[in-house]
Design a protein around this ligand. Structure first.
Ligand SMILES: [Zn+2]
Length: 218
């Protein structure tokens, strides 16, 4: 399977994966064009909420940074503007997850927590799991303070002109690989570099990119 991001003029759309609709909006898409049925009050945590009752759709009243469901036709979503949206999909079409991963959530282990739920609660095997990173701020652009060096191993930092940069994609990719995930789709763009995207760092945008994943009814 050749799974990759394509840009359709308004959205980055994950192409080549059957049974799911996974996408991230850009500045070129209006909110009315985005279907989002369930989302959390994001707090940079590792809390992952499982939607197992179609009658109970969180719409911002529950705190957390990851959603998982096996119910079709529900678009679960996160909002980001430099943090990474991370999509996890079981290719057999049973389960989808979406995570909001900035440095705090990454450090606290949101990726590991979501994988634990997928493997233990939903019985999914790592070999059936596709992980896709949506657009976020890349390791060349994400300047951080020295205090972050106590939270991440040195290999994920680089220095340039006396400044320190952190690569959250590589950090989370390594966690995915350590947990047996082989299908990893890298981010389609850097929010800081690509003017189609919102970047909190670049423009202090209050707007957010919306990323959603939905299991398509079979
Ligand atoms: Zn960049």
């Amino acid at each position: 399977m050749d799974i990759r991001w394509i840009f359709d003029g308004k959205f980055f759309v994950l192409d080549g994966i059957d049974g799911f609709s996974a996408r991230t909006s850009t500045r070129l898409a209006s909110d009315e064009e985005i279907k989002i049925d369930a989302y959390l009050k994001q707090v940079h945590s590792a809390h992952v909420f499982v939607i197992d009752d179609p009658e109970v759709m969180p719409r911002g009243e529950i705190e957390g940074d990851g959603l998982i469901t096996d119910i079709p036709a529900i678009a679960i979503g996160v909002r980001t503007a430099d943090c990474y949206p991370i999509f996890l999909m079981d290719i057999k079409g049973r389960t989808a997850a979406i995570l909001h991963a900035g440095w705090r959530g990454s450090y606290k282990g949101i990726v590991k927590r979501a994988l634990e739920i997928l493997f233990e609660q939903f019985g999914i095997s790592p070999g059936d799991t596709v992980a896709a990173f949506g657009p976020g701020i890349c390791g060349n652009c994400y300047e951080v303070g020295e205090e972050l060096m106590e939270f991440f191993p040195p290999e994920f930092f680089r220095r340039r002109n006396g400044k320190l940069f952190l690569d959250l994609f590589e950090f989370n990719r390594k966690i995915l690989e350590e947990n047996g995930i082989e299908w990893i789709v890298p981010p389609p763009a850097c929010t800081y570099e690509d003017d189609r995207l919102y970047s909190y760092r670049r423009r202090k945008d209050k707007s957010r990119l919306i990323s959603t994943v939905e299991i398509l009814p079979s």
